[in-house]
Design a protein around this ligand. Structure first.
Ligand code: FA5
Length: 342
């Protein structure tokens, strides 16, 4: 009886293995025919109840059938694994591809590149200076009195200086590059120095604690305010690709004499007044003026020999005008919905 059952199982297993289509099917058959709960293992358990002679014969048969079934399963697994199913593997070239997301330069970097292109086409050189700057280049060399409020903790992020070393701070303006450049170069020259600045101030729609300025410094024998206004107008027209109104207001900076505030008409609202210009119709882009002779002297030039102008414009404010952005805080918000628009 048991022998017949085993032969029957062997036959069933052979047919089932032959018809298996996938490796998964074969694994399933392995459980079905040789697993702990299989009929085959059930028969082996019944051997204890039969005579010694039958136990010997059935045991031998069961062992050889087990090996046979296992071989069939293993062979089938191998065959299936090595079969290349062209139908299942075919590639449908008409299915839309998964789009790779491409990054791009931050809008502020794009603006900086654009500004650099315009100024180099006007014969300017690009200068650079450190963001962590000494008290000398940040303030002393720029003719700033020791008690000037800009040196105050409220405006400037001072850093811990090493004992006995000069005080250092995150530069609050790119003007620090002026004297560094002049110490190493002789006039005539025209440079711009774009870069990051830092101020300890409350943020609002037009103020950030970390922002970008670009300094201009043009020095020669007879550079004047007319040259400054002309070059600024040339730059604004090229940058905005339209006519922009410029307003110079008298102002005060220790490092320029005379000094001006530099405003342009608000292009977000068309000069009517909006949140970008806080209702004024004008937006302050920067400070400017004729270089104070004390700054030339600090740079190693003889007093009265040269004349030059300088300005420091806010890069974010230019970007805001160009792209009609109503809040400076968007730039560093990390919001991809904002960044992806550029
Ligand atoms: C200065 O920083 C002077 N160094 C500019 C200068 C250079 C004057 C050369 C004369 C000669 P002021 O603090 O006004 O000036 O800043 C200049 C411009 O930087 C501002 O008009 C504005 O566009 C930008 N700016 C200043 N503070 C911030 C801020 N917190 N967030 C964003 N932009 C700012």
């Amino acid at each position: 009886m048991l022998k017949e059952k085993i032969v029957k199982i062997k036959e069933e297993a052979r047919v089932a293995v032959e018809n298996a289509k996938t490796v998964e099917d074969v694994l399933q058959l392995e459980i079905q025919f040789l697993g702990r709960k299989s009929e085959f293992v059930g028969i082996l358990r019944q051997l204890k109840d039969v005579s010694a002679q039958e136990k010997k014969e059935v045991g031998q048969l069961a062992n050889s059938v087990k090996v046979e079934i296992q071989n069939l399963l293993d062979q089938k697994k191998k065959n299936l694994a090595s079969t290349f199913d062209a139908k299942a593997e075919k590639i449908d070239v008409t299915v839309p591809a998964i789009k790779l997301r491409q990054g791009h330069l931050h809008p502020l970097t794009q603006i900086q590149n654009e500004i650099e292109d315009i100024f180099t086409s006007m014969g300017f050189e690009i200068a650079d200076g450190p963001e962590v700057e000494t008290e000398f280049y940040n303030f002393d060399a720029l003719n700033m009195p020791k008690d000037h409020p800009a040196r105050d903790m409220q405006d400037t992020f001072w850093l811990k200086a090493e004992a006995g070393k000069e005080k250092i701070a995150l530069r609050p303006m790119t003007s620090a590059v002026q004297v560094r450049y002049m110490e190493k170069h002789q006039p005539p020259f025209r440079i711009i120095a774009p870069g990051r600045c830092f101020r300890n101030e409350a943020t609002d729609t037009t103020h950030e604690h970390s922002f970008n300025q670009f300094e201009a410094l043009v020095v020669g024998d007879d550079i004047n305010v007319g040259n400054m206004k002309y070059m600024a107008e040339q730059f604004f027209s090229a940058f905005f690709k339209q006519e922009v109104k410029v307003r110079l207001r008298p102002s005060y900076f220790p490092f320029t004499e005379p000094s001006f505030e530099f405003d342009i008409s608000c292009l977000v609202c068309g000069h009517k007044g909006c949140s970008s210009c806080r209702g004024a119709g004008w937006i302050e882009l920067g400070g400017a003026g004729m270089v104070n002779q004390n700054v030339f002297v600090a740079s190693g030039y003889p007093r009265g020999k040269y004349q030059g102008f300088a300005w420091g414009f806010g890069l974010e404010r230019l970007a805001m005008m160009k792209y009609k952005i109503d809040d400076i805080r968007h730039f560093h918000s990390g919001d991809l919905r904002f960044i992806k628009q550029f």
